[in-house]
Design a protein around this ligand. Sequence first.
Ligand code: URA
Length: 220
Amino acid sequence: MSALDELRAAAAGCTRCALAAGRTQVVFGVGDPHAALMFVGEAPGYHEDLQGAPFVGRSGQLLDRLVRQELGVDRSQCYIANVVKCRPPGNRDPRPEEIAACRPYLDEQVHLIGPQVVVTLGNFATRALLGTAEGISRARGKSYRFGSVHLVPTYHPAAALRGGGDMVAEMRADLVRAKALLGSRPSATPDHVPTPTGASISTRGEPVRGDHAEPLQEEP
Ligand code: URA
């Protein structure tokens, strides 16, 4: 069993937060376990909770289409996960304690998969990984150094479905930005790069916890 499968098995029985009580199943993540490109969304919704896979509803269809059209790959060639692995009741926003309880799973997924680029989908994933309070409209349009990984924030596809053509066009531009970063690693970094929430990851890709507050590592 691979380390990622072991982590999935551990997550399947997780009771670290109250969401465990209401879930049908844990939605751990899907795709290529060695993907160069990883997407991180917010939390499973109704369909994801039933099917056990992220982004299988309408917003997932948009994501799949944009990934195919702008990156020329399908979802099985990427890895897709969420910040929170269990469905919040009534699709409410995940709470800080739920995000914190689930965070070690996401950190370990990033470590084990070792993507070159992580695309965060929407406010929750962007804020969690960049450790910023900044909203997605301000954070997107740039890339950031996230340890040994490029991080490209973009809108959540559900927001783009509501927002229409301009937002979808901006999402496309963000995916083009992500594509251009594939095949490279962020420029030389110190051993560990802290993020403002106190999470930090090593340049070897190993997530570690820290207690620093540093400015965002925006790339030139
Ligand atoms: N929205 C998310 O953020 N993740 C999913 O898996 C589905 C909808």
